[in-house]
Design a protein around this ligand. Structure first.
Ligand SMILES: [Zn+2]
Ligand SMILES: [Zn+2]
Length: 339
């Protein structure tokens, strides 16, 4: 099979690997769609020496495809099943694994990190990580469920966004835009904030009620004006920037709630005084638990929701160097590999 290998200093190549063979309890999935994520770019940016240490480990943690081979003892998943793959492997026994929080297992391993990821023709997955998808959900949507869409879905649940609420979404990359789609699907109004007009325009197309360019306008003032001076009750921070994090807290109304998912800046920005006086709830979030992946598949199916409008570029896997380099420029929507 073909798989991507990172060479360090923003270089990558496509190499030939032996087709992987599923072990006991595992299945092999023929990848049909998989995205390039902001966190893949962190790996793309490592230097040559770090890349040598990493070796031929295949990146990619947004796997979606068709099961094509079964290991010994696999009972529920069948060849031909369309699946999105939960991208953390857990020990399978501890309290967190039992609760479906595989990302919190002390032995958790993420695809594309310690185990080979999905930027390849095939991936090996534990049977229980395979979440079945009906034909109505596309492979690209399955790749979104695995990471950017799933991250936004669990955040909107934490915010409990619903009709009558206004949600401010800061950072309109693939995760933020997924948040726009899901907040709208839950009946809320959405204000999108970004510094790129390409991204604010995409947010409007995907249903945002208002957008503001934080480069040319003051988003806090805009949000206060939009909400008759009160501020928003709910906010989703996907920019990871110091300014985004500071502004989003200032844009909340009294009793407001914000979820932070954007990694990036390491500056400390939260002012406890501001939090106490306004009785704010500020939360962190990170992917979604395995059980919620099943729920999300049901939600997309029943609400007829798709994330495909966020995709601006599709590449075959052999064009990985071009795809990575384009996504790295930060001027696209989602970039995916498709088979
Ligand atoms: Zn991702
Ligand atoms: Zn565990």
């Amino acid at each position: 099979m073909r798989g991507v290998v990172l060479l360090g200093d923003r270089e990558c190549c496509v190499k030939e690997f032996p087709d992987p063979i599923p072990g006991p309890g595992q299945v092999r999935v023929k990848i049909m769609a998989t995205g390039i994520c902001g966190s893949d770019l962190h790996l793309y940016h490592i230097n040559e020496e770090q890349a040598k240490k990493r070796g031929d480990r295949i990146p990619g943690h947004e796997p979606c495809g068709i099961v094509d081979a079964l290991g010994h003892g696999v009972k529920k998943v069948k060849e031909g099943d369309r699946v999105t793959i939960y991208h953390y492997l857990g020990c399978g026994y501890c309290d967190q694994c039992a609760a479906g929080n595989l990302m919190w297992c002390r032995e958790a391993k993420g695809y594309g990190g310690p185990v080979d990821g999905s930027h390849a023709d095939y991936v090996i997955a534990d049977e229980r990580n395979c979440v079945l998808m009906p034909d109505s959900i596309s492979f690209i949507d399955g790749a979104f469920i695995a990471c950017p869409g799933g991250t936004a879905y669990s955040s909107m649940k934490k915010l409990d966004a619903k009709a009558g609420d206004t949600v401010a979404v800061f950072g309109l990359g693939p995760v933020g835009l997924s948040g726009v789609i899901l907040a709208k699907a839950r009946g809320a109004k959405v204000i999108g904030v970004d510094i790129l007009s390409l991204r604010t325009e995409m947010a409007l197309k995907l249903g945002a009620d208002a957008v503001v360019n934080a480069q040319s306008d003051d988003p806090v003032k805009f949000i206060r004006d939009f909400t008759s001076g009160k501020g928003v009750p709910l906010a989703f921070e996907a920019s990871g920037s110091t300014k985004g994090r500071t502004d989003i807290v200032s844009a909340l109304c009294r009793g407001g709630k914000a979820v932070f998912v954007g990694a990036g800046s390491s500056e400390k920005v939260i002012n406890p005084g501001q939090m106490i006086g306004a009785q704010l709830t500020l939360m962190g979030s990170f992917v979604l638990p395995l059980w919620m992946t099943w729920e999300m598949v049901g939600f997309l199916n029943s609400q007829k929701i798709s994330f495909e409008g966020i995709v601006t570029h599709k590449f075959p896997i052999e064009k990985a160097p071009e795809a990575y380099s384009l996504f790295d420029q930060g001027k696209t929507g989602k970039v995916v590999f498709e088979w």
